[in-house]
Design a protein around this ligand. Structure first.
Ligand SMILES: [Zn+2]
Length: 362
C-alpha cells in the first residue's frame, strides 16, 4: 500500500474538530506504525439504512445482512486493481443466503434469502443469533479484476458461528495474516424536528492486521501442551496460526475492547474511535473511501440474459403478454415485450432465466 502521502497524523486537536454525525458511509484506512498494524474503520449510516429498509426481512436477518455489508466494505476497500468484491454466504440455516456486492470504489448493494417464519420463531424464542440463523454452510469471497476480468474466489466454512468468527478463521487459515475484526449493526431510534419518532439502521466495523516489515515477526503460536504432534512439522493449515509478537498482542487486545455502540453511534466518528484505541502509540489516517447505496442493475444487463432464452422459456416467463424481471438487490422492476426478444422466433436450445424469474447477477 502506498498511502503515506495522504496520511494525517492524529492528535487530540484533530479529534476535537471531527464529529461523526454528518459523514458516515465511508471506510477510513489507518496505520499504527509503532505496532506495525494497518486497518480500516467502516462507518455506515444512510447507505445501510437505505439498503436494509428496502427489504422486508425480519430484523435478525437485517442485522446479519448489515454485518455482511460491513465485512465486505472492510475487506474490499483494501484491494488494489479490483473492480468488484462479492461476499456470499450459502447455508442450510433459516438464512440460506446473504450477498453483499461492492463495485469498487464504493457502490454497495445486498440481498438475502430467508425462511421468515423460521427466523421469527427463533427470534421469539430469543435464540436468533448468527449461529442459529446461518447453521452450516460456506462463506465465499469473490474478487473480480477489471470489468468482466479474472475472478478469484476464497472460501471458508461456516459452522454455527458468526460472520466475525468466520472472518477470523479465513485470515488465520487462508491468508495467515494476524487479524482482528469487530462488527456491529443496530437500529437507532430518535425524533425528528416535529417530534415524530423515526428509526435508522447504522452499522460499523474495524479491522486491524499485523503487517510487520520483518515477516518473521509473525510466528506460529505455541500449541497447548499435549496437542503438539510428536513427529513431523506442524500443519499450519487449520492450526491456531497467530502471532505472539508483543506489538500484535497489544493491538489485538485494543481492538477487542471496541464495543458495539462505538461502531454504530453517529456521535462517535471513526477518527474518535481510533484516537481512543491508539492515541498512546500514535495513529495515522488516510484518505477515506466513500461508500454508497447503489445498485448496478440495468435494462441492458437484463436484456443480455433474456437474449439467451429460447421460445419455450420466453413463453413460460411471460405473464399477460409481458415479462417482468425484478432486481433482487434494489427491487426495481423491468418490463419486456416477449415478442421482441431474439429467442421468440427461433427454436434454438439456449440457457436462460431461472425458473422463478429471479436474477442475482444483474
Ligand atoms: Zn437493482
Amino acid at each position: 500500500m502506498t498511502q503515506k502521502q495522504t496520511a494525517t497524523a492524529m492528535n487530540g486537536d484533530a479529534d476535537a474538530t471531527m464529529n461523526g454525525g454528518g459523514d458516515a458511509d465511508r471506510a477510513l484506512p489507518f496505520q499504527v506504525d509503532a505496532l506495525e498494524v494497518r486497518g480500516r474503520v467502516v462507518s455506515l449510516g444512510p447507505a445501510i439504512d437505505a439498503i436494509l429498509a428496502r427489504h422486508d426481512y425480519p430484523d435478525p436477518v437485517k442485522v446479519l445482512l448489515g454485518e455482511a455489508c460491513v465485512m465486505a466494505a472492510l475487506l474490499a476497500t483494501s484491494l488494489k486493481d479490483v473492480s468488484r468484491f462479492i461476499l456470499q454466504a450459502q447455508t442450510d440455516g433459516p438464512v440460506s443466503m446473504l450477498v453483499a456486492d461492492i463495485r469498487l470504489p464504493g457502490q454497495m448493494r445486498a440481498t438475502a434469502s430467508c425462511d421468515a417464519a423460521a427466523v421469527t420463531a427463533l427470534a421469539q424464542a430469543g435464540t436468533a443469533d448468527a449461529a442459529a440463523l446461518l447453521g452450516k454452510g460456506t462463506l465465499a469471497m469473490t474478487i473480480e479484476q477489471g470489468h468482466g476480468g479474472q475472478r478469484y474466489q476464497g472460501f471458508v466454512p461456516l459452522d454455527h458461528e458468526s460472520l466475525e468468527e468466520a472472518a477470523h478463521t479465513y485470515f488465520r487459515q487462508s491468508e495467515q495474516i494476524p487479524t482482528r475484526i469487530r462488527m456491529a449493526v443496530s437500529e437507532m431510534f430518535d425524533r425528528d424536528e416535529d417530534g415524530k419518532a423515526r428509526h435508522q439502521w447504522r452499522a460499523g466495523g474495524i479491522i486491524g492486521q499485523f503487517m510487520p516489515e520483518a515477516g518473521d515477526r509473525i510466528r506460529h503460536r505455541d500449541l497447548p501442551a499435549g496437542d503438539t504432534p510428536e513427529d513431523g512439522p506442524e500443519d499450519l493449515q487449520g492450526a491456531d496460526f497467530e502471532a505472539d509478537d508483543d506489538a500484535w498482542v497489544e493491538a489485538a487486545a485494543l481492538i477487542e475492547t471496541v464495543e458495539d455502540h462505538e461502531l454504530t453511534d453517529p456521535a462517535i466518528s471513526p477518527e474518535r474511535l481510533l484516537f481512543r484505541l491508539f492515541h498512546e502509540r500514535g495513529v495515522r489516517v488516510f484518505k477515506p473511501v466513500r461508500l454508497e447505496d447503489h445498485c448496478t442493475c440495468s435494462r441492458a444487463r437484463i436484456e443480455k440474459v433474456l437474449d439467451q432464452m429460447d421460445a419455450v422459456e420466453i413463453a413460460d416467463a411471460a405473464i399477460d403478454g409481458e415479462i417482468e424481471v425484478r432486481c433482487e438487490f434494489c427491487g426495481l422492476r423491468y418490463h419486456f415485450d416477449p415478442d421482441a426478444l431474439p429467442g421468440a422466433t427461433d427454436g434454438d436450445e439456449k440457457h436462460g432465466l431461472s425458473q422463478d424469474g429471479s436474477l442475482t447477477n444483474l
